[in-house]
Structures are given as structure tokens and as C-alpha cells.
Design a protein around this ligand. Structure first.
Ligand code: GTP
Length: 363
């Protein structure tokens, strides 16, 4: 391996469209020799199932406080990958794409790559691609350190979901304020293909805005540092660890489409803005052979999609991940159980629930 393996970091806030973009990129011949690392937040681990046809080469990092765990772990994964290639246990690749979780601050990933003595010989950072959901807009992004950092470190900024609504001027000026340099591409117009996203040039921290330099220097994870552990004056580093959590549910028997719909409607009406992201792969009574994939980004539910087949690695069970702020997991679990707890849903209870959410037993 004489050439360094180029590393592309794909980032963007929860639900911005990273997995969708990754799937599109992986279909491009330019990425035929690419390994993918998916880092996800959420116990059920749905993301790697949603990356089509890539189950073989995927290395998934565990969830948890991203700023604490990703650095050590990512270094291990990258080292493992290099070792497998060098020993012929895996075909050599030209590129690695790292899809970070929507809650990740990419700075530690970059810092870990640049600073590691062995890995920096093998891998060279090609660029950071940050996706921004134009439809969701600025609300919920502004003031969120992870989201700001994702935009600030980008070499390419991609506005997604402009087919649903054009980017708001406020959103654009927020982006430009954080990152005056990176090219902005519009996903809906098709300009965000492999040609424009890859080979963005080697990363040079000197040429970034001063805020980035500060972040890269100041981002050293203090979570394991006993001196900082209970430092309540510094909220910023713990922004995503305090109240944002992922909860995941698995249900083994098929559920009806209407039960799913009602569950989601009720969940959204009860929790409203507390829900940042929802993803589900549902085993339905109506289409038992094809998983129904649901995506919610804050209040917006994307139209459900039936995948062709269940991924080979998994049994056809319903898996749901909800990422939210200040969510009470028991309430969500009870609600889910109320709709799916029995193979045959108890119609009167369900009816009562949909009419009066407060009637849920145990809530
Ligand atoms: N209309 C429209 N929908 C999109 C676009 N990009 C992604 N989506 C939809 O947005 C939803 C979320 O997309 P994902 O690709 O899963 O987003 P993500 O950033 O990987 O999500 P997390 O991993 O949770 O952070 C899915 O329903 C996609 O189909 C787009 O450009 N236009």
C-alpha cells in the first residue's frame, strides 16, 4: 500500500440524510473499493441494516457518549482495517467512508486521525462532507455545539431535502457564518455526487476558520478526566450526553400498519419537539416479507418505504429507535406495548388509547 487510503467523513445532524447519501455514493463506481464505517447512536443498531448491500465490509461502532468513545474506538477500527488489508484478510481499499452519528462532533475523529503516528501514515483525510437538512431548517441546530462543529469543519456542505422546501435564508447565513469557505451543494439538483464530494483536498487545519482551530485544540474529551468529571461550568462538551438519549425497542411478532401508524401519531402528539429522530424497521402483517422503513426527523415523518427484502443478517422483527431529549423511556415502551404487546391487538384498548392518551395504563 504505497498510496494512503483516503478518508471521507460524512456527517450532519440527526436525520439529515447521511445514510441516504452514503447509499447513493456507494452505487458510484468511484467508490467501488471503499470500506464503510458506520458509527451510530442507539442500541438497536439500525443504520448498518439500512446501508444496502454493504453488510460485509461494515464495521459498526458501539453507541454511547460519542465524544468519549469514538476516538479510542475509531482508532482501533481503523488500525484493524489496515491490519486486515496488510495481511490479506480483506481486499485492499482505496477509500474509507466514515458515517458519524448525527450527534457526533467530528473534531475528535479528525484529531485522532491526524495525530495518530501509525494511522496517519496509512490514511489521509480526504474531506469532510456535512449534510444540512434544508427542510428541518435552523430550528434545533442553532446553539447546538455538535451541529455547529459539523458545519464548521466541512469541506463540502450539502443541503438535503431541498425538494421538500428550499433552504431558508436564516439557515444559509448560519451556515456561512460558521463556514465561509466550503462549497455548498444542493442534493436535490443532483450536484452532490461522488465527483463533487470526493477528493476534496487534504485536510489542512491552518486554513480553517479560527473557531475550528479552537475546537480542534479544545475538544479533548474531558469525560474520563476526573478533574473535569463534575465540572458543571462547562456544559458544552456534555451537550449531547445530558438529556439526549436513544431508546430502542424490538418486537418479534408482526404488527398491523394501522397499529404502527397510530402508535407513531400518538408518540408524536405526546412528545412533540422532544423527539429528535425516529427510525424503525417494521415487520408488518400486510407485507411480512418486506421491512417497512420509517424515518422521522423531529416532527416530520418521511413517507414510509418498503424495502425489497429483509437484510440477511437479521430476523424479521420490528426494530424501533427513538432519539429524544428528556424522553421517559418507560412511557414510550408502555405506549409501544399498548399497540404491539399482543399478537392480536386488543381493539377496544387501542381505540381507547387513540381517543384518550391519558388513559394508558401505568402512565
Ligand atoms: N425528500 C427527501 N428526503 C430525503 C432526502 N435525503 C434523505 N431523505 C429522507 O430523510 C430520512 C432520513 O434520512 P437518513 O439518510 O436516514 O438520515 P441520516 O442522516 O442517516 O440519519 P441519522 O443516522 O439518524 O442521523 C429518510 O426518510 C430519507 O429517505 C432528500 O434529499 N429529500
Amino acid at each position: 500500500m504505497q498510496l494512503p487510503i483516503r478518508v471521507t467523513v460524512l456527517t450532519g445532524f440527526l436525520g439529515a440524510g447521511k445514510t441516504t447519501m452514503l447509499n447513493a455514493l456507494l452505487r458510484d463506481p468511484a467508490l467501488s473499493r471503499t470500506a464503510v464505517i458506520v458509527n451510530e447512536f442507539g442500541e438497536a443498531g439500525l443504520d448498518h441494516l439500512l446501508v444496502e448491500g454493504a453488510s460485509e465490509g461494515i464495521i459498526e461502532l458501539s453507541n454511547g457518549c460519542v465524544c468519549c468513545t469514538v476516538r479510542g474506538e475509531l482508532v482501533d477500527r481503523m488500525a484493524d482495517l489496515a491490519d486486515r488489508m496488510q495481511t490479506g484478510r480483506m481486499p485492499a481499499v482505496e477509500r474509507v467512508v466514515i458515517e458519524t452519528t448525527g450527534l457526533a462532533d467530528p473534531a475528535p475523529v479528525l484529531a485522532a486521525l491526524m495525530a495518530h503516528p501509525a494511522l496517519s501514515q496509512i490514511y489521509a483525510l480526504d474531506g469532510v462532507v456535512t449534510l444540512v437538512d434544508a427542510h428541518a431548517g435552523l430550528k434545533g441546530l442553532e446553539g447546538r455545539l455538535e451541529a455547529e462543529r459539523q458545519v464548521a469543519v466541512a469541506d463540502r456542505l450539502v443541503l438535503t431535502k431541498t425538494d421538500l422546501s428550499p433552504a431558508d435564508p436564516d439557515l444559509l447565513s448560519w451556515i456561512r457564518h460558521l463556514n465561509p469557505r466550503a462549497r455548498i451543494l444542493d442534493a436535490a439538483s443532483g450536484e452532490a455526487g461522488a465527483q463533487s464530494l470526493l477528493n476534496a483536498g487534504l485536510y489542512d487545519p491552518e486554513t480553517r476558520t479560527s473557531r475550528l482551530a479552537e475546537w480542534l485544540n479544545g475538544q479533548n474529551c474531558d469525560c474520563d478526566d476526573p478533574h473535569h468529571h463534575h465540572d458543571h461550568h462547562d456544559h458544552s462538551h456534555h451537550h449531547h450526553t445530558g438529556t439526549v438519549r436513544a431508546l430502542s425497542l424490538v418486537h418479534k411478532s408482526p404488527v398491523s400498519l394501522s397499529a404502527v401508524q397510530e402508535f407513531i401519531d400518538l408518540l408524536q402528539s405526546m412528545f412533540a419537539d422532544k423527539i429528535l429522530r425516529m427510525k424503525a424497521m417494521v415487520h408488518t402483517l400486510e407485507h411480512p416479507d418486506r421491512p417497512l422503513v420509517l424515518h422521522g426527523v423531529r416532527r416530520y415523518m418521511h413517507p414510509p418505504v418498503l424495502m425489497q427484502n429483509w437484510p440477511q443478517a437479521v430476523s424479521p422483527h420490528t426494530r424501533l429507535v427513538v432519539i429524544g431529549e428528556g424522553l421517559d423511556p418507560r412511557v414510550v415502551e408502555d405506549l409501544f406495548a399498548a399497540f404491539t404487546g399482543q399478537p392480536r391487538i386488543d381493539a377496544p384498548d387501542r381505540a381507547a388509547l387513540t381517543q384518550n392518551p391519558l388513559a394508558i395504563p401505568g402512565m
